[in-house]
Design a protein around this ligand. Structure first.
Ligand code: ZN
Length: 319
């Protein structure tokens, strides 16, 4: 396991949900033709199409950026491995529910793959519930292979990097976002992030949550099973190594976004998705702006924790 002792913690700005609702509505209107943003009771996330191991996104919301792309490129550092149960304790929230985007532990899984983390971590007297998915390249046809993590593995580990939203998993009030027909250039996640950055230029805010891309197609990637034998020094090198696909709605996407990096060398947004038709991976943006429809649930985080920040860093491969 990697050394996670040198965790940095920063308090974030948390507007009240009604203020946030109005800010996000105004910002998303610049990027989508039809936008509704509301403060609602979180839907029961144990139900279709989420099937999460907890009911809601509420209770001590926080985000973390663990490791980073510098542990993947230019040269992989395979020993960088983390246990979500330990991460939850590091976030001062043992037993937390966590969602987001990461990579599998190649030691455990025996290859490289995208991880779509959905974990209720262990607490006293209660074992962890791992509802995560992994998405890899199928060696048979070179296409996407999505699998339930718990069907093959019993741990809660991940490798190299992870962007996670953590909370107690309780019901409660959340921000609901409905958006149709993309008129701007930004993905829904980037639009949310840039809206917060523009409204609060001197503050750092973060949000995490889940959104459904209900209609349309999306541009995605999946990392190859094998790490690159040559160093990946540029964004172009990384993009040539990654496998790119176009996939179909409905997609259930988990996002973590930070409006402004408070000097922690963060990846400011990261979204991974799963589906009930066998497609999963890293989400960039819809490719069908005229017909796309989104429904999402988000919560602002109170703290960000930077865990095992790479000493040697760079900005390659953070899209
Ligand atoms: Zn990713």
């Amino acid at each position: 396991m990697s050394d996670i002792r040198k965790t940095e913690k920063v308090q974030l700005h948390v507007p009240d949900l009604e203020e946030l609702r109005a800010v996000l509505k105004k910002g998303l209107d610049d990027n989508f033709a039809e936008v509704q943003v509301s403060v609602v009771e979180c839907p029961d996330l144990t139900e279709k199409p989420f099937y999460f191991p907890v009911k809601g996104l509420c209770g001590s919301p926080r985000v973390t950026d663990v490791g980073g792309v510098p542990y993947l490129v230019p040269v992989v550092q395979k020993h960088k491995e983390y246990d979500m149960n330990a991460i939850a304790k590091e976030l001062e929230l043992p037993g937390a529910f966590m969602l987001g985007a990461g990579a599998v532990s190649s030691r455990v899984v025996g290859m490289n793959a995208e991880l779509i983390p959905l974990v209720r971590t262990e607490a006293e007297g209660r074992p962890a519930v791992n509802s995560s998915y992994l998405a890899s390249i199928n060696p048979v046809d070179g296409q996407c292979l999505q699998e339930k993590y718990s069907q093959k593995f019993s741990d809660c580990n991940f490798g190299m990097l992870g962007n996670l939203y953590a909370c107690e998993g309780r019901p409660g009030k959340v921000i609901e976002v409905r958006a149709k027909k993309r008129t701007g250039q930004d993905s829904i996640v980037t639009a949310l992030r840039k809206t917060l950055e523009a409204e609060y230029p001197d503050k750092s805010l973060a949000m995490g949550g889940s959104f459904i891309m209900q209609k349309g197609k999306a541009k995605i990637h999946i990392m190859p099973r094998e790490f690159s034998v040559c160093p990946l020094d540029t964004d172009e090198d990384v993009n040539n190594w990654l496998k790119h696909f176009e996939v179909n709605a409905p997609l259930i996407c988990q996002s973590v976004l930070v409006s402004k990096d408070p000097g922690l060398d963060l990846r400011v947004e990261h979204t991974h998705f799963f589906s009930h038709h066998g497609e999963g991976g890293h989400y960039y943006i819809d490719t069908t702006p005229d017909s796309v429809e989104y429904l999402g649930y988000f919560m602002p985080a109170e703290f960000i924790y930077r865990i095992d920040r790479p000493k040697e860093t760079h900005s390659v491969g953070r899209d």
